[in-house]
Design a protein around this ligand. Structure first.
Ligand code: AHG
Ligand code: MN
Ligand code: MN
Length: 333
C-alpha cells in the first residue's frame, strides 16, 4: 500500500518552501534526523541479540540510570548531526551541558539548534516495549557567526520551528511538524525508506483513554485526584479506559490516534513532575497543538513557559482538547 505513497524524502523536498526560513537548511536537518532514526532503529531492533541491553553503569545529570541504548542513541544522533555540520548546537537529556558546533569553513554560520531526548521510555527497553526519540528545533537567537550560548536553548516552546518523534514500535514511524500540521511516516524496513502513511494527523476532540501512573495517586494534587475519579465515574461516555505504557512517545502516539489524555502531574514526591520541558514537553506540545490537541501544565499553555534551565521539569497534561480543558477545570477548583 505504501509503495504508492510519497516517501519522506520526496515530502521534505515538496514542502521546503513552507518553512519559515527557507534556505534548505531545515530540510537538510530533517534529512539528517531521518538518517539517525534509521541507524537507531537498527540498533533497537537487534537489542536482544547483542550485548546492548541493560544499564550502562552511569547516571545522567538528572541522576537517572543510563541504559546502554540511551548512550548509544545519544551518540548516534549527535554524531550524525555533527558530521553533517548543519546545526550550531545540540542539547540532549543525556548530556550535562549543551554542545556548541563549529567547523572551519562554516564559522558558526548554521542557524538551528536541536534538542533531543535520544531514547524516551528507556526503562521499557529490556522488556521489548516500544521506545522513542523526541526532537525539537529552534532558530538560534544569538547572531550567526558567533558560538551558541545557553540563551539559544532556553526559548519558550512557541518559538519552535519543527518538532517530532520517532517511535520504535510494532512498526517504526517518524512523526513531525514544521508548523503546518502533523504528518506520520512509516519505515519499510526491507528497503529502509519512510513512507507517508499518516497524513495530517489529528487528535479526536475528545476520547475515552486516560494515561497516568496511578501508582502515584496518593501523592497527586487534589485537582488531579478529582479528575481521575471523574474519568472513572459511570456517567455519559464514562468510565474511560486507563492505558499507560510508561513511554511518553508511545502513550502520546496512541492517544493522538484514538483520542485521550496523558498526564504527568506534580506530586508530593516531585514538585515539578518528572518530564523535561525542553526535551519532552515542548516538542510534544507543539505536535499536540498542530494536531488540534492541547498541552498544559494544568494552568497554562506549555509553550508559553519561559525556561530557566536546560534540564527543567514541568507537570504535563496533553492530548484531546476537551479532555485537557476538563483536567484544567479540576486543577482550578
Ligand atoms: P526517559 O526514558 O527519557 O527518561 O523518559 C521516561 C518518561 C516518559 O517517557 C514516561 O512517560 C515517564 O517517564 C514514565 O515515568 P514513570 O515510570 O514515573 O511513570
Ligand atoms: Mn523521555
Ligand atoms: Mn530519555
Amino acid at each position: 500500500m505504501f509503495s504508492k505513497n510519497k516517501t519522506l524524502g520526496e515530502f521534505i523536498i515538496e514542502n521546503q518552501t513552507e518553512f519559515q526560513y527557507s534556505t534548505g537548511e531545515l530540510s537538510k536537518l530533517i534529512n539528517a534526523l531521518r538518517l539517525a532514526a534509521k541507524v537507531v532503529n537498527h540498533e533497537v531492533n537487534k537489542a536482544g541479540l547483542v550485548d546492548i541491553l541493560g544499564a550502562a553503569g552511569d547516571t545522567n545529570i538528572q541522576g537517572e540510570n543510563q541504559q546502554k541504548l540511551d548512550v548509544l542513541a545519544n551518540e548516534k544522533f549527535i554524531q550524525t548531526l555533527k558530521n553533517r555540520e548543519i546545526v550550531c548546537g545540540i542539547a540532549s537529556e543525556e548530556e550535562d551541558d549543551f554542545i556548541s558546533i563549529n567547523s572551519q569553513d562554516k564559522n558558526h554560520q548554521n542557524k538551528y539548534v536541536v534538542l533531543i531526548d535520544p531514547l524516551d521510555g528507556s526503562s521499557n527497553i529490556d522488556v521489548n516495549v516500544s521506545v522513542g526519540t523526541i526532537f525539537s528545533i529552534y532558530h538560534r537567537v544569538t547572531p550567526v557567526g558567533t558560538p551558541v550560548t545557553l540563551e539559544d536553548f532556553l526559548q519558550p516552546g512557541k518559538n519552535q520551528v519543527a518538532a517530532g518523534y520517532i517511535i520504535y514500535g510494532t512498526s517504526t514511524m517518524l512523526v513531525y511538524t514544521t508548523g503546518h500540521g502533523v504528518n506520520g511516516f512509516t519505515l519499510n524496513p526491507a528497503i529502509g525508506t519512510f513512507y507517508l502513511s499518516h497524513p495530517n494527523m489529528q487528535f479526536p476532540e475528545t476520547g475515552k483513554i486516560y494515561s497516568v501512573n496511578e501508582g502515584n495517586y496518593i501523592h497527586f494534587p487534589q485537582g488531579v485526584k478529582d479528575y481521575i475519579k471523574y474519568c472513572q465515574k459511570e456517567e455519559g461516555d464514562r468510565p474511560y479506559t486507563s492505558r499507560y505504557i510508561g513511554s511518553l512517545v508511545s502513550d502520546f502516539h496512541r492517544n493522538m490516534i484514538k483520542g485521550g489524555i496523558y498526564m504527568y502531574p506534580k506530586s508530593s514526591k516531585a514538585q515539578k513532575g518528572k518530564l523535561r520541558l525542553l526535551y519532552e514537553c515542548n516538542p510534544m506540545a507543539f505536535l499536540a497543538e498542530q494536531a488540534d490537541g492541547k498541552a498544559s501544565d494544568g494552568y497554562q499553555r506549555i509553550m508559553e513557559i519561559q525556561p530557566t534551565e536546560l534540564h527543567e521539569r514541568v507537570p504535563f497534561f496533553c492530548g484531546s482538547k476537551r479532555m485537557v480543558e476538563k483536567a484544567e477545570e479540576f486543577m482550578k477548583s
